[in-house]
Design a protein around this ligand. Structure first.
Ligand SMILES: NC(=O)c1ccc[n+]([C@@H]2O[C@H](COP(=O)([O-])OP(=O)(O)OC[C@H]3O[C@@H](n4cnc5c(N)ncnc54)[C@H](O)[C@@H]3O)[C@@H](O)[C@H]2O)c1
Length: 259
C-alpha cells in the first residue's frame, strides 16, 4: 500500500501527543502522517517512557522530541515554545491521551470518586482544550486538530465506566472548538476508533470480549488497526477534507451503525 501513497501532507508540521509504544494509536497516526510527507513533533510522558518513545520518533525522523505530562504545570507551554522556535507554525495537532485512576476506572460510575472523575476529565478532555488554545495561534494559515474518542461516549459500553462521560465531554469539546476555530480556518475532529489492543485498553475489564464483539459486528468483518486510524486522520488533515469539521468520525469498520 505504502508505495502507492502520494506525499499529500508534504510541508505540513504535525504535533502528535500520546505515543507510549508501537501499539499506540498515536504511533499509527504519526507513522501515517510521516508516510504522506508531514514533519513530526512527538512527546513522551516521562523519563520511564522516553526509551520506548524516542527510538520511534527517530524512526519517523521527528524534528522535535520532548517530554510532556499534561498534568505537570508548564510542560505543555514548553512543548509549544519548542514548536514555535523550530517551526514558527503548526498544521496538525493530534491528542491521543487518556487516563483515569485505576480504582475509579475499575468500578461503576456510581463509585467513581470526585477526585478520580476530575483527574480523568482533566487529562483526557480538558488538556485538549488547553492544547487547542496554544496551537491555534500557530495555525495562522489554518490547520486540523484531532482528539481520540470511543463509542462509549454515546452508548453504554460495559466496563467503560467513567470514561463514557469523559469521552462524551471530549466529543462536545470538539464541536465547540470547531465552532470557535472554524472562522480561523481550523478544523477539529473527534476520531472514534474501534477497539485496539493497546496499553490504555489493557486497563479495561473484559477488553478481549469487546474485541471479539467488534470484529463480529463490523460490516467490514475485521478489527481496525492503528494505521487505519492514522490514514483516516491523514485524509482529514488534507485539503480534500477542507469542508469537514466538528463531527465524530468513526474508524471502526462500520460497527457503530449496527444495533
Ligand atoms: N485502544 C482502544 O481500543 C481505543 C479505542 C478508542 C479510543 N481510544 C483512545 O485513544 C487514545 C490513545 O490510547 P491508546 O489506546 O493508543 O493507548 P496508549 O496507552 O498507547 O496511549 C495512551 C497515552 O496517553 C498518555 N498519557 C496518559 N496520561 C498522560 C498525561 N498526564 N500527559 C500526557 N500523556 C498522557 C500515555 O503516555 C500514552 O501515550 C486514548 O484517548 C484512548 O482513550 C483507544
Amino acid at each position: 500500500m505504502a508505495d502507492t501513497i502520494r506525499p499529500v501532507l508534504a510541508g505540513n508540521k504535525a504535533l502528535v501527543v500520546g505515543i507510549a509504544n508501537d501499539h499506540s494509536i498515536a504511533y499509527g497516526c504519526a507513522k501515517a502522517f510521516h508516510t504522506v510527507g508531514a514533519e513530526l513533533a512527538v512527546t513522551w510522558l516521562n523519563d520511564k517512557a522516553r526509551p520506548h518513545v524516542e527510538p520511534l520518533g527517530q524512526e519517523l525522523e521527528a524534528a522535535i522530541m520532548a517530554p510532556l505530562d499534561v498534568a505537570v504545570p508548564g510542560q505543555l507551554e514548553a512543548v509549544f515554545d519548542l514548536v514555535r522556535q523550530r517551526w514558527g507554525r503548526l498544521d496538525i495537532l493530534l491528542h491521543s491521551i487518556a487516563f483515569a485512576p485505576k480504582a475509579d476506572l475499575g468500578g461503576g460510575l456510581l463509585d467513581c470518586s470526585a477526585e478520580g472523575f476530575a483527574k480523568a476529565m482533566d487529562i483526557s478532555c480538558h488538556s485538549f482544550v488547553r492544547m487547542a488554545k496554544l496551537a491555534a495561534p500557530l495555525m495562522a494559515e489554518g490547520g486540523t486538530m484531532f482528539a481520540m474518542s470511543y463509542y462509549g461516549a454515546n452508548r453504554v459500553v460495559p466496563n467503560y465506566n467513567v470514561m463514557g462521560p469523559v469521552k462524551a465531554a471530549l466529543e462536545a469539546a470538539c464541536r465547540y472548538l470547531a465552532y470557535e476555530l472554524g472562522p480561523r480556518g481550523i478544523r477539529v475532529h473527534a476520531i472514534s476508533p474501534g477497539p485496539l489492543k493497546t496499553r490504555a485498553a489493557s486497563g479495561l475489564k473484559d477488553f478481549e470480549l469487546l474485541l471479539n464483539e467488534a470484529a463480529a459486528k463490523a460490516p467490514v468483518g475485521e478489527l481496525v488497526d492503528i494505521m487505519d486510524v492514522g490514514y483516516a486522520c491523514a485524509y482529514l488533515a488534507t485539503s480534500f477534507a477542507r469542508r469537514v469539521t466538528g463531527g465524530t468520525v468513526y474508524v471502526d469498520g462500520g460497527a457503530n451503525i449496527v444495533a
